[in-house]
Write a protein that binds this ligand. Structure first.
Ligand code: NAG
Ligand code: NAG
Ligand code: NAG
Ligand code: NAG
Ligand code: NAG
Length: 362
């Protein structure tokens, strides 16, 4: 076993190509470990990075060289994937199984890559063990523009990241065991927003004592909201009560700027919206991510709270409605098609990715 691990490491330890001289370096020191949490009211182990779940952001600027030393304090191999980051200089560093090696338990590994010619919102997550992502371990990647190439919208007053995703109460190991035994994965148990369970918008549907995400904002300000679906298999509809979502970017491409009252976000997708806090704060507002194409969307609904500093009371009443076409994939496809007229990227990208639509049917 030890020999196997050693040869694995040697195989992986090819020296990376020299990074571009002159471009700045950003160093990160991370430890992945288990942490106990009860997002849906049931105690379970989640994967935290430096004790945080979701993990710390990787906040860098175009062309920076990124060096991330990761210590794997889990009891099984860990491979981090940097979704959407194009590794042109170091293609084996992209953390996809087959092109990079998992970090054995108890070892560390230094990922080195350059965020060359990219700008936008991305995320990282574990991917070695099947279903690792079902245990957390994810976090945001923000690649900022260089000052010489401005963004095609006014600089926002604030920058917020939201991770939405389906969630299982069973541990990823139990899920893997049942899959290995030929049992289906089954429906998830809920939807988390930033690693937290739903606000108790309905006493029947949400148990008491669940910690929920509260997003604090100032009236009149405009925030850039980076929303990532980090789940395992569930497409989610994202919306904020009383507020429009002005879509500006998806996975490194600026979009034509359009307002949406809600947006379908499929697994693995990332979107940036500008949201102006233009309501009168008579109450807090619901932030909702609810499952699409499932029989029981009530159970699979994540709810966070948008709280103005001058809010006059808690959010109440029904959640803002989802599109009423629970099984109609045409809505989702038409919406994805409406995201067109991509502007030229702010940073020249080597390849333009066609925005693909993945629709998961029941
Ligand atoms: C990233 O870091 C810059 C400073 O280098 C800061 O101004 C910005 O708010 C940070 N962005 C995020 C999303 O944390
Ligand atoms: C592991 O971490 C230690 C301490 O942070 C560092 O000295 C060493 O170079 C790292 N090893 C690898 C393979 O990155
Ligand atoms: C809570 O949800 C249940 C089940 O869907 C529903 O019957 C009830 O009317 C809801 N309660 C409120 C206060 O909306
Ligand atoms: C989007 O909606 C906001 C109001 O929330 C409005 O101020 C803005 O002009 C709209 N933008 C576009 C491009 O429709
Ligand atoms: C705030 O908005 C709500 C909903 O539109 C409205 O019912 C209420 O009268 C408004 N309050 C003020 C003080 O404008």
């Amino acid at each position: 076993m030890a020999l196997l691990l050693l040869s694995l490491l040697l195989l992986c330890a090819r020296s990376p190509e020299p990074a571009m001289a002159g471009d700045p370096f950003a160093y990160f020191d991370w430890e992945a470990s288990y942490q106990s949490a009860r997002p849906l009211g049931v105690a379970q182990k989640v994967i935290a990075i430096n004790g945080q779940f979701p993990g710390p952001p990787l906040n860098v600027t175009t062309n920076w060289n990124v060096v991330v030393n990761v210590r794997n304090a889990l009891d099984e191999p860990l491979l981090l994937t940097w979704h959407g980051i194009q590794h042109r200089k170091t293609p084996w560093q992209d953390g996809v199984t087959g092109t990079n090696c998992p970090i054995p338990a108890g070892w560390n590994w230094t990922y080195r890559f350059q965020v060359k010619d990219q700008v936008g919102s991305f995320f990282y997550s574990p991917s070695a063990a099947p279903l690792h992502r079902a245990a957390g371990g994810y976090g945001g990647i923000v690649v900022n523009n260089r000052d010489v190439i401005p963004i095609p919208f006014p600089f926002p007053d604030g920058d917020l990241t939201l991770f939405i995703g389906d969630w299982y109460v069973k541990s990823h190991k139990d899920l893997r065991r049942s899959l290995d035994a030929g049992a289906p994965l089954g429906p998830p148990d809920g939807v988390l927003i930033n690693g937290l369970g739903p606000y108790r918008y309905n006493d029947t549907l949400v148990p008491p004592a669940i910690t929920y995400e509260r997003i604090n904002v100032e009236p009149g300000r405009t925030y850039r909201l980076r929303v990532h679906n980090v789940g395992v298999s569930t497409s989610l509809n994202f919306r904020i009560q009383g507020h429009s979502l002005l879509l500006v970017e998806t996975e490194g491409s600026y979009t034509s700027q359009q307002n949406y009252s809600n947006m379908d976000i499929h697994v693995g997708q990332s979107y940036s919206f500008l949201v102006t806090m233009d309501q009168n704060a008579s109450t807090d507002y619901y932030v909702v991510a609810s499952a699409r194409f499932v029989a029981d969307p009530d159970k699979l609904t994540g709810v966070a709270i948008l709280h103005y500093s001058n809010s006059q009371g808690p959010a109440s009443g029904p959640l803002p409605a989802a599109p009423d076409d629970q099984y109609d994939t045409a809505f989702s496809i038409n919406q994805a098609r409406s995201i067109s007229g991509m502007l030229p990227p702010a940073a020249p990208a080597p390849t333009r990715r066609v925005h693909s639509i993945m629709v998961i049917l029941p």
